[in-house]
Design a binder for this molecule. Structure first.
Ligand code: APR
Length: 240
């Protein structure tokens, strides 16, 4: 019943959410793409051409997860998930596992996950916490060469688009945290929310994103400061 009485809330998070945990963002100074060409490491063609290089790139990132922990913004989002009485969905573009480690349950990874691999031979998806090599056999089918990081690369379709669209169609509040708003379709979700009648669209960012004009509010500052504050306000508003 609560779902019918209370407004729906959709969160979209990007690299800025995990930045203060020590996970590099993609764009800007010291961003991941500064040292790599996207077409060398983050496309299906790159994996066909130079699988060793692609594996090395994701192996390093997977290993780096061992030395980072969730921050105050991840924790606050879990308080929001647990305290929100209506429909709640957190869509993340991040491939780290910091939201899960903070306790998130209503979470969709639209760009895949570093700690998962996918076999292009047998289509299995497996949890994976170590390095992956071209010679690593698939634990399910035993074949080699086509086990890949379960990451949505440029030119590939993000996951869960139907679920995401459905959630946005009934949301009254949309919050986007730490995303530059240049990668579609994620960057287009704020527009979809607006067109679906979501009246309150809040951006949390160090700098306004490319799609900032579509938001109704900007909370400018670091996620670890702005997200806990926003969460307290959203939960307090419920009891008014
Ligand atoms: N607090 C809030 N926002 C921050 C913080 C912080 N501490 N640090 C950085 N930001 C903001 C930046 O201002 C920027 O707008 O986070 C955003 C990070 O942008 P990107 O690096 O482009 O990350 P994202 O938008 O998540 O990238 C989208 O691009 O390469 C692909 O698949 C990859 O999922 C990724 C997608």
């Amino acid at each position: 019943m609560a779902g019918l009485l209370h407004p729906g809330l959709v969160i979209l998070s990007g690299a800025g959410l995990s930045a203060e945990s020590g996970v590099p963002t993609f764009r800007g100074v010291h961003g991941l793409w500064e040292g790599h060409r996207i077409e060398d490491v983050a496309t299906p063609e790159a994996f066909q051409r130079q699988p060793d290089l692609v594996h090395r790139f994701y192996n390093l990132r997977r290993a780096a997860l061992k030395s980072v922990v969730p921050n105050a913004a991840h924790d606050a989002l879990v308080r929001l998930e647990q305290g929100w009485p209506g429909p709640f969905l957190h869509i993340t573009q991040n491939v780290d596992d910091l939201n899960e480690r903070a306790g998130a349950k209503k979470l969709l990874h639209m760009h895949g996950q570093l700690r998962q691999v996918r076999c292009l031979w047998c289509r299995c998806v497996l949890e994976w916490n170590t390095d992956l090599e071209v010679s690593t056999p698939c634990p399910e089918c035993g074949r080699t060469g086509r086990l890949r990081p379960d990451i949505v690369w440029f030119g590939e379709m993000p996951y869960y688009i139907d679920e995401i669209t459905r959630a946005l169609q009934t949301a009254s509040v949309f919050v986007c945290i730490g995303s530059s708003g240049v990668v579609y379709p994620a960057a287009g979700l704020v527009r979809l929310a607006a067109e679906s009648g979501c009246a309150r669209r809040i951006e949390v960012n160090l700098e306004p994103a490319d799609v900032s004009g579509r938001f109704t509010e900007l909370r400018q500052g670091p996620a670890t400061r702005e997200v806990p504050q926003l969460v307290e306000e959203l939960l307090a508003d419920l009891s008014r």
